[in-house]
Design a protein around this ligand. Structure first.
Ligand code: AMP
Ligand code: MG
Length: 326
């Protein structure tokens, strides 16, 4: 079996932030590597340098707490022992993920972990699993396998949690909180495909967030003008491997156990909460355009940009005037 394996985790951001600062507030920048991705921060004002250091520490703390790897992180231990008294924070995030799962009828599901493992995405041992293996893994998928009572969590046998579809968005929200509480009123945080902006640029104009093209490296499908919001993109191009000429990416349709083939090449969600934007960009990617539109009409509270495999770009009504196609 020859499998051509590629990972594109390092140094690739699903969206790039572009700003031209003409204000006089001092600018501070910071770049770290956490949650398997390059993260960069830019903030303005006197408080910015210290605030960025604190935000970076916070992200490293969350990386340990919410990662499936490592030794004594909370999620790690819950997965290992099947039962754990969690911090209120982790318990809340899991509850939030479960409630998004309910609303998305399982398109977003943090119990997808055994299926991720079957495809080798956990340890980069990529392979196409047999049907039997996939059905065994799928039998442990479903949020009814998570029992959570206060902060005490229990997983039914075989159930494992993967917060990869939501953790970066949560980390972006926490970093944003720190910057705001420190008095920063203009900043842009880029955690891989997760961008959060605080306020506007120092000159008062909107931030410009370029949405990466899922079709060509270093190209963009368009630019979005935004202030005070999160812009999160999910795409199969972020992490994938090839086997026998077929591409298998890391966003799984829990209904089939296979990488989602919804006709979308990328899904971008724009909303106030980075956590929600992260979970929903993964969700919309699984759903495909039509279901995504139905979901948007039913729930609202967010905007989207969908890039279909055929090159078509659909932008939701609430941001049409903010998005300039390339
Ligand atoms: P994102 O890049 O935010 O779209 O998240 C993709 C990551 O979320 C994957 O690498 C997995 O860790 C996890 N994941 C994959 N499929 C799903 C799914 N259907 N629901 C929730 N998380 C998923
Ligand atoms: Mg996500």
């Amino acid at each position: 079996m020859t499998a051509k394996i590629k990972t594109l985790m390092l140094c690739i951001c699903a969206a790039a932030a572009i700003s031209s600062c003409s204000g006089s507030a001092p600018e501070a920048r910071k770049t770290i590597f956490a949650m398997n991705t390059v993260m960069s921060f830019k903030a303005y004002g006197k408080a910015a340098p210290d605030a960025l250091n604190t935000a970076a520490e916070e992200i490293n703390r969350l990386d340990k707490m919410l990662s499936r790897t490592g030794t004594n992180g909370e999620l790690c231990e819950l997965n290992q022992y099947g039962r754990k008294e969690l911090s209120e924070e982790t318990a809340d995030l899991i509850r939030q993920a479960v409630s998004i799962s309910d609303r998305t009828e399982g398109a977003f599901d943090i119990t997808i972990a055994p299926v991720m493992d079957a495809w080798g995405f956990f340890n980069q041992n990529y392979r196409v699993p047999s049907d039997d293996e996939l059905s065994a893994a799928l039998s442990h998928v479903g949020t009814d396998g998570i029992r959570i009572n206060g902060n005490e969590a229990e997983l039914l046998p075989g159930v494992q949690i993967d917060l990869g579809g939501i953790a970066k968005g949560y980390a972006a929200d926490k970093a944003e909180d720190i910057l705001r509480r420190s008095g920063v009123s203009s900043a842009i945080i880029s955690l891989g495909g997760n961008i959060s902006v605080i306020g506007s640029k120092p000159d008062g104009s909107d931030w410009t967030v370029a949405i990466k093209s899922p079709f060509k490296e270093n190209e963009y499908i368009g630019k979005l003008s935004v202030s005070d919001c999160s812009v999160v993109t999910s795409g199969g191009y972020e992490r994938y491997f090839e086997q026998d000429g077929k591409v298998y990416h890391h966003i799984i349709d829990p209904a089939t156990g296979y990488p989602a083939e919804s006709g979308l090449a990328s899904a971008t969600v724009v909303c106030e909460s980075g956590t929600l934007a992260d979970a929903l960009s993964t969700t919309l990617f699984v759903m495909g355009r039509e279901k995504a539109e139905e979901f948007y009409n039913k729930y609202g509270g967010f905007e989207y940009i969908l890039a279909e495999e055929n090159g078509e770009i659909t932008v939701s009504p609430g941001i049409e005037d903010k998005f300039r196609r390339e």
